[in-house]
Design a protein around this ligand. Sequence first.
Ligand code: VG1
Ligand code: CO
Length: 543
Amino acid sequence: MTVETVATAPIAGQKPGTSGLRKKTHVFMGPHYLENFVQATFDAIGGVAGKTLVLGGDGRYFNDRAAQVILRMAAANGAVRVIVGTGAILSTPAASHLIRLHGTDGGIILSASHNPGGPDEDFGIKFNTPNGGPAPESVTEAIFARTQSIAEYRILSAQDLDLSAPGRRDLGGMAVDVVDPVADYAALMEGLFDFAAIRALFAGGFRMRMDSMCAVTGPYAREILERRLGAAPGTVVNATPLPDFGGLHPDPNPVWAKALMDEMMGPDAPDFGAASDGDGDRNMVVGRGIYVSPSDSLAVLAANAHLAPGYAGGLKGVARSMPTSAAVDRVARALGLPAYETPTGWKFFGNLLDAGRATLCGEESFGTGSDHVREKDGLWAILMWLNILAVRRQSVADILADHWARYGRTYYSRHDFEAIESARAEAMMTALRDSLADLPGQAIGGLTVQAADDFAYADPVDGSVSRHQGVRVLFADGSRIVLRLSGTGTEGATLRLYLERFEPDPARFGLDPQDALAPVIAAAHRIARIAEFTGRSQPDVIT
Ligand code: VG1
Ligand code: CO
């Protein structure tokens, strides 16, 4: 086995977005594409000589090939050890846990998360730092800068390594520890939640449906829900991870997890339904006949976390991304907890978690997590809900009703306009930004603008400042709209419009969110002139 130094040249566009670098799979499979980015990552963190890394991915098409390349590059760059999941599979939260458990120098996760997979779909790669969390902007910017000056990369010439079973292998002097992807993660969950209580719940006839969407959580959910917690066999559906996710779009929301929604809204629905995404860090929870919006889910978890043994001592604080609804803020106020508002993307929670300022974090995009790892964690959220249901012995609908009675209901929705021509989307955002100063005081369809700005975040721990994180318009009655462009797509631009309205009157808790938000939706279209700029008046996806 020899180390080859391969001459290469910078490839344009290797700029990580909200969560790592995501491109069409064929782009990643192009000459030097993956290698350039991996070498740039190694270089940006000061090399990997003498270091230990974690490696895994969500099993999508090209995951296996990419893992072999990265192992050979790690060995050629002098890494001493790589911990890799069997078959190069690790869910994102499980990878985060392994980095922390073994105190490694970071890890690489192969995933485009909720984006579809396959030769004609998406692939992605993300570097996580030694705290287990996604690299902060300072690191992703250094990686991007390096991709623009790279001239060579190092790779071992060697055969593929057998990753099909746990055990230690040698690759040119580098140890490769192949580990069961599920075992350590399942043990972590067992330490946080009251498995005995949840087992008793299932033993009493409680029925659940878990849709793993042919993505990475299948083996995790089977082991934890069916084997350790005694949920009926067959509780987990779409449980075998497939390279193309069986053609499904592994994004757990009412649109893409429609089969689950139909079952939960139908006759004889199970008591509880849940779904997770491609890499296992998102969750959707549904009760019999009732959908739980992610922002509400975060608020309910914050209000009830003390019922789970791992959180019995209470929370240090909560954090939410700016577009996430303020429902959790009301809980924080009642509990006397600090509440933080960060830009979109889990990387912004890392410092708050590391500094012990927040215990629970969440995003409106079906992401919830805690300080047990440094990623959002789909199964964690689902188990937290199960723990709460097992202790309270109420239905999901009753728990939500109780929550709204106490805190009021925050109606919330996100409208996505996908695959817009990038120039048009940019022009719309520019015009909107330019109009911000004139908005306050204007009355738009019965709503008066109180304030409008482009969200900037100063990290309270390291002082770093992130600007242009989304335009927000606040109305006098407390309603709010937020607009930003997605940083995870691979085709054109996706406009995300976030809509929120607080309702304190219990007589009005039963509305359809789209009806409750109608005036806010109308105001958003007028203020941002969405149809004029993009040619679209109806969103592609509503969550
Ligand atoms: C989206 C979500 C964001 C989330 C990110 C990664 O980003 O809005 O909340 O953190 O995806 O999630 P964007 O830039 O497209 O809005 V995952 O599960 O795709 O890693
Ligand atoms: Co994900």
